[in-house]
Design a protein around this ligand. Structure first.
Ligand code: GLV
Length: 326
């Protein structure tokens, strides 16, 4: 008998077929977003789950699902999964790192350039029929080339963001939990390590690429925004909650910083409605990794992790080594 698995949200039909060769699959192609109780009910008797960031996996769920052996999320971020609790319950947890580095770095740049050069504002102006003639000071933005790029979170995606700056003649400063090796700093366009506040004072464009954990909740709040240049751009492609959204709205309204490019929000998809009233912000719907080839690669990566986990092989992207029993 094949092991039973749950796929929590809709996914490419070919992935359901791929998983079905190994598992008895309960899918959710209608894409209903299950509440906690429904998720728990559907996980009864399941050995594995193909998950994504929209559901929380906490100790109550693990305790109520004694057959569960693996939670394989189709995302690099796994702050929705209580990994220590999973480990205590003997449940393997995997994510999908690496396959999305370049696509997500591209998107950080997309938001930085769109915000700094006021792309959304210009499009709204044009679509509203307001472009009757061109004037010398229409929608003047800030240059990206030749500026100082500040990256907070210098993991694989942060370093891919930094590498792109070489063609733009930029200086890179970064902040990270631990300083990079000299070799990695050189490869990241000679990135210079700075303390957080120093980075915020120095950078023209700040990009957040760090993983979320309670320790970095509201890392960027009113105090930190006050340190930034009034001409600065703030980009968040990491996770909602790293930025205090109310403080950011106040800073954007007051002109304390010039602009922001945001792909993630506190309580998304229900973002703070005040964002919608602001001109100086570019808003996107958590699509950092959303390219055709990368979402495909992420889906196969999560599926392969699940296949390995439930066939006694160590999954390639295991986050909790001690949960693996060979
Ligand atoms: C997306 O946000 C991810 O963590 O992959």
């Amino acid at each position: 008998m094949k092991p039973k698995i749950l796929v929590t949200r809709a996914i490419f039909p070919k992935i359901i077929e791929y998983l079905s060769a190994h598992f008895d699959v309960e899918d959710n192609q209608s894409d209903e977003v299950y509440n906690d109780a429904e998720l728990m009910r559907r996980l009864q008797g399941k050995a594995g789950v193909f998950a994504n960031p929209s559901h929380k996996f906490a100790s109550e769920l693990f305790n109520a699902c004694p057959d569960l052996k693996a939670v394989c999320t189709m995302a690099v971020g796994f702050n929705n999964i209580d990994v220590p609790a999973a480990t205590s319950a003997g449940i393997m947890v995997t994510n999908t790192p690496d396959v999305l580095n370049e696509t997500t770095a591209d998107f950080a740049w997309t938001l930085m350039m769109a915000a700094a050069r006021r792309v959304s504002e210009s499009e709204r102006y044009l679509r509203a029929g307001q472009w009757q003639k061109s004037k010398y000071d229409d929608l003047l933005g800030r240059d990206v080339h030749g500026s100082t790029l500040g990256i907070i979170g210098m993991g694989r995606i942060g370093r891919a963001v930094a590498r792109r700056s070489m063609g733009f003649n930029m200086k890179v400063v970064y902040h990270n939990r631990t300083r990079l090796t000299p070799e990695l700093e050189v490869a990241a366009n000679h990135a210079q390590y700075l303390a957080l506040n120093e980075l915020l004072r120095t950078a023209d464009h700040v990009i957040l690429v760090l993983p979320y954990s309670p320790a970095v909740h509201h890392l960027i709040g009113a105090e930190q925004l006050a340190l930034m240049k009034p001409t600065a751009t703030l980009v968040n492609i990491a996770r909602g909650g790293i930025v205090d959204d109310a403080a950011l709205i106040a800073a954007l309204k007051a002109g304390q910083i010039a602009t922001a490019g945001l792909d993630v929000f506190e309580n998304e998809p229900a973002l703070n409605p005040e964002f919608l009233t602001l001109k100086n912000v570019v808003l996107t719907s958590h699509i950092g990794s959303a390219s055709v080839s990368t979402r495909d690669a992420m889906a196969y990566c999560a599926a392969d992790n699940l296949i390995s986990a439930l066939s006694g092989e160590r999954p390639a992207n295991l986050l909790n080594a001690t949960a693996f029993k060979s």
